[in-house]
Design a binder for this molecule. Structure first.
Ligand code: ZN
Length: 196
């Protein structure tokens, strides 16, 4: 935790420059990859290997300019995700939050927010979810933590937890919006095909 908090205070540019070629960036799986549709398993050991995965996931999330990234999205079926909802517009790092084996212990109200996903690049949609969420988890050292929040915090926790259950936000769209998504997604995919 301390180490990560320290890193987040480094100026964004030199840090990025230094790590661009050193830290491998994990490949982010794209919808509808089968691993994104698979439920992740609880983490049993918090060891060096897991902490390396957490570091790689955080790097990947920051480089992709995401606010959250679940292990499924980098092809690892373990129940953990990283998030940073306090990043600056230009990629300045805020506070990295690591949640291992997270479980929701309470929600309140409802909120409609525009949602996007690093695994569904180029598409976003409004979605209704609980407005406030209280979550229990282990941090990167294995300490039990309990966090409560609303707004983007609640949205991000619920979105990432869905990933761990094999659910992508587009799966939660209404049938009409889902049909619109399928059309739009075909177009986006066609545009992203490399033209040789
Ligand atoms: Zn996502």
């Amino acid at each position: 935790m301390q180490n990560i908090a320290g890193l987040s205070k480094l100026p964004a540019l030199p840090f990025r420059k230094k790590t661009t070629y050193i830290e491998p960036m994990k490949k982010i799986l794209v919808y509808p990859d089968e691993i994104l549709r698979t439920e992740a398993k609880p983490v049993e050991n918090i060891d060096g290997e897991l902490q390396k995965l957490i570091d790689d996931m955080a790097e990947t999330m920051y480089k992709a300019k995401g606010v959250g990234l679940a292990a499924n999205q980098v092809g690892v079926l373990k129940r953990l995700f990283v998030m940073d909802i306090s990043q600056g517009e230009n990629g300045e790092r805020g506070e990295l939050v690591v949640l291992i084996n997270p479980r929701i212990i309470g929600t309140e109200g409802q909120d409609v927010m525009e949602e996007g996903c690093l695994s569904v690049p180029g598409f976003s949609a409004k979605l209704k979810r609980p407005a406030v969420v209280c979550v229990k988890a282990l941090d990167r050292e294995g300490n039990e933590i309990e966090l409560e929040g609303k707004g983007l915090f609640a949205r991000c926790v619920l979105h990432e937890l869905d990933h761990l259950d094999g659910i992508c936000f587009v799966d939660r769209l209404s049938p009409i919006k889902k049909a619109m998504f399928r059309k739009r997604w075909q177009k986006i995919k066609a545009e992203q095909e490399p033209k040789v």
